[in-house]
Write a protein that binds this ligand. Structure first.
Ligand code: HEM
Length: 212
């Protein structure tokens, strides 16, 4: 069970961070905004620590925007109705298997402006969170079977993304252009990238910070 918890937690965070950097390589101006925030809040003499993340609203918005477009579990975990009920005028019989398609909710044009555009700014100064109360953004699910690891998951995503952006300048390899970057996903129980991201990470902090 512990192995499952560790594997589930680390894989989900790594997939999310890979999507975040891929989306940013498609829209390089976002790197500049993230770098501005990191330089202002952290400076160039140290790495980002977990306690810093509350002071990094733009990094938080990048994480949320990535989870909106690329939820790790696009259909959550299936539910079974325990009694007959009605949802939005539809009769649902007891014992029906119900799937909540958070992937589609995250791209619903009646809920989101320009839903297919990666735009972290949409979360700036908004209270919308990933704690299962804002039904338009449910990357960790909601209710009694919501992800119990979400406080850890969100912190791992924020801290690792912040450090990867703080410590490195990101580029596409060789002559590759942002148009060449493949954004296809494998659609199943989870949604990893079909083609793993290949990118060049160039250190940008003082060299002694990379020594241990
Ligand atoms: C990026 C990080 C993570 C994401 C996006 C994520 C997402 C999810 C989602 C969507 C569910 C299903 C919730 C539902 O159907 O309402 C789930 C369930 C679960 N997650 Fe996570 N998770 C993450 C990290 C973690 C971590 C770090 C742990 C443990 C340390 C964990 C343990 C679990 C467990 C045990 C369940 C099953 C809960 C149940 O069925 O009652 N997850 N997760």
């Amino acid at each position: 069970m512990f192995q499952d918890l560790i594997a589930g937690g680390t894989e989900s965070s790594a997939v999310t961070v890979e999507w975040a950097i891929s989306e940013m390589l498609k829209k390089p101006e976002i790197f500049a905004k993230a770098t501005e925030e990191l330089d202002r809040v952290i400076g160039r003499e140290r790495w980002v620590e977990e306690r810093d993340t509350v002071n990094l609203p733009y990094i938080d918005s990048i994480a949320k925007e990535t989870m909106r477009l690329h939820p790790v579990a696009p259909m959550l975990v299936p539910r079974m109705t325990r009694e007959d009920c009605q949802v939005d005028g539809y009769d649902i019989l007891k014992g029906t298997r119900a799937l909540v398609n958070v992937w589609t909710i995250g791209r619903d044009p009646t809920v989101w402006d320009n839903p297919n555009e990666f735009c972290p700014e949409r979360f700036i100064d908004k209270t919308i969170d990933v704690k299962g109360h804002d039904f338009q953004l449910l990357p960790f699910g909601a209710g009694r079977r919501m992800c119990p690891g979400y406080p850890l998951g969100i912190k791992v995503i924020q801290a690792s993304l912040a450090n990867l952006l703080h410590g490195f300048t990101w580029k596409l390899p060789g002559n590759m252009t942002k148009e060449d970057l493949d954004m296809e996903e494998i659609f199943g129980l989870s949604t990893p990238k079909k083609c793993p991201l290949q990118a060049v990470a160039v250190p940008k902090l003082p060299l002694h910070l990379y020594s241990h």
